[in-house]
Design a binder for this molecule. Sequence first.
Ligand SMILES: [Zn+2]
Length: 91
Amino acid sequence: MHRYYVNRTPCPDGVHEVHRADCPFVPFVRQELGLHRHCVTALETAQRHYPHSRGCFWCSKACHSSAQAGEAVGKRNRRRIGPRRLPAAHG
Ligand SMILES: [Zn+2]
């Protein structure tokens, strides 16, 4: 189990980062999230305070990337590929 914190000061893009207690980037202005076995549950707790939260790239990389992947899944471009028939003109 590790103690987790969320940065009370958002990043320039408005996202609050979640850090493990032993991370070198734990911010001074922080809110404690309690003890968690994995960053996923810590992130859930952080999102109750700050809906736009994500794991720190350094200490909670699994949660850092999953937050971005979740957004990308919804934006999937679908291309319709089908036979296109051109009207044959007989003159
Ligand atoms: Zn961190």
